[in-house]
Write a protein that binds this ligand. Structure first.
Ligand code: OGA
Ligand code: NI
Length: 370
């Protein structure tokens, strides 16, 4: 997830690596700028520690696949069956793909094309969007955790906040993809509503339960751009992490690279035409009291000549409403099923999440364990 920012440098004096990061950030051209400049050896900032790379060699790809769920069944009285499939996938993988979800294919294609267009226009046109300033609703940058992370990732991101301190005005968005983004957010919100109803039922609650609780509401959209990487074995497109959201709906192009950590192995989430990837975020794991799983995932560095694009919509509820606590749902708690987590504020979670490196979920969820 790539939604916030940081401006602090990890050392006041500035070590060599800090200077490299600062110089990279100052170009405002992101990773694409490095590729356009013909970089053959990736800068140190992006190189993973040798131990981490060595460990990589011992993991192997499985033949398993994230479940694919056909939502068309809703129209044919197969709702119960779909609820069962969503429950099974959410309790194990924490991930599933949906097809026949109602979002027009042309809009999905336009969205991917729009992200290409934004990133592939003249760097001078993109520069005004390049910022880490939290008050800006639209922020383009490379690695929200650039100054806090051990290793930076080979990707650039255009992050859009739909409801910050002030609500999003369409003309804040880059012109090349403005209308498409507005339309896409509208459509994904509708799908999110359906998915929250299904998830409520999967938890044995009434369909409106999660929506009434305030889980619903897209707060952030991350338009990710993964240019070709000249040394893909040394870095990643996105580091291992879980999402700080209730639910994430991800549109990916056909290039591939997303991997989910399942049964101790990295498993590719293979793109399917017209499909969308759905994953359970940390907040849904908390409120379901560990019934639904927020699972670690990452993106391999892009080995293809063409840049990879993905668009992640994070449903975080009222992220800016700082006074609403979330904790395990009372109806799911009993003598045999004691609460695993204490209540927390989404704002509190965010400030911790973004003050450090993007990393595995242990850091995110553990802090709220009882
Ligand atoms: C994210 C994420 C995956 C992808 O943005 O949180 O996991 O395929 N993205 O880009
Ligand atoms: Ni993610």
């Amino acid at each position: 997830m790539v939604l916030s920012d940081d401006t602090k440098t990890s050392s006041e004096n500035g070590s060599e690596i800090d200077r490299e990061r600062k110089a990279f950030d100052d170009t405002k051209a992101g990773v694409k700028g490095l590729v356009d400049a013909g970089v053959v050896n990736i800068p140190r900032t992006f190189i993973r520690p040798p131990g981490e790379i060595a460990e990589e060699l011992t993991t192997h790809q499985g033949k398993l696949q994230v479940p694919v769920i056909d939502l068309d069944g809703i129209r044919y009285n197969k709702l119960e069956d779909i609820v069962d499939q969503v429950r099974a996938a959410s309790e194990t993988w924490g991930f599933f793909q949906v097809i026949n979800h109602g979002i027009p294919l042309h809009l999905m294609e336009e969205m991917i094309e729009g992200v290409h267009k934004f990133n592939e226009q003249d760097v001078e046109v993109k520069k005004p969007f390049y910022t880490r300033e939290p008050t800006r609703n639209v922020r383009f940058n490379s690695n929200f955790d650039l100054y806090h992370s051990r290793t930076a990732s080979w990707r650039d991101t255009l992050a859009i906040f739909t409801s910050g301190t002030k609500s999003l005005e369409p003309n804040e968005l880059p012109k090349v993809c403005r209308d498409t983004i507005m339309e896409y957010i509208k459509e994904v919100s509708k799908l999110g509503e359906t998915l929250f109803e299904i998830l409520s039922m999967a938890l044995g609650l009434k369909p409106e339960y999660l929506k009434d609780m305030g889980c619903f509401n897209i707060y952030g959209v991350a338009c990710n751009y993964y240019p070709h990487c000249p040394q893909p074995e040394l870095t990643l497109g996105a580091k291992r992490h879980s999402d700080p959201s209730f639910l994430t709906i991800l549109l990916q192009d056909q290039i591939g690279g997303l991997q989910v950590f399942y049964e101790n192995q990295w498993t590719d989430v293979n793109p399917i035409s017209g499909g969308l990837v759905v994953n359970i975020g940390d907040f849904l794991q908390v409120i379901s009291n560990d019934k639904l799983k927020s699972v670690d995932h990452r993106v391999a560095a892009n080995v293809h000549a063409t840049s990879r694009v993905s668009v992640a919509c994070f449903f975080t509820g009222h992220a800016t409403e700082t006074q609403k606590p979330f904790g395990p749902i009372k109806e799911l708690i009993s003598e045999e099923n004691r609460p695993v987590y204490r209540e927390f504020l989404v704002g509190e979670y965010f400030s911790k999440y973004f003050s450090k490196e993007l990393e595995g979920k242990s850091a995110g969820l553990k802090q709220f364990e009882i």
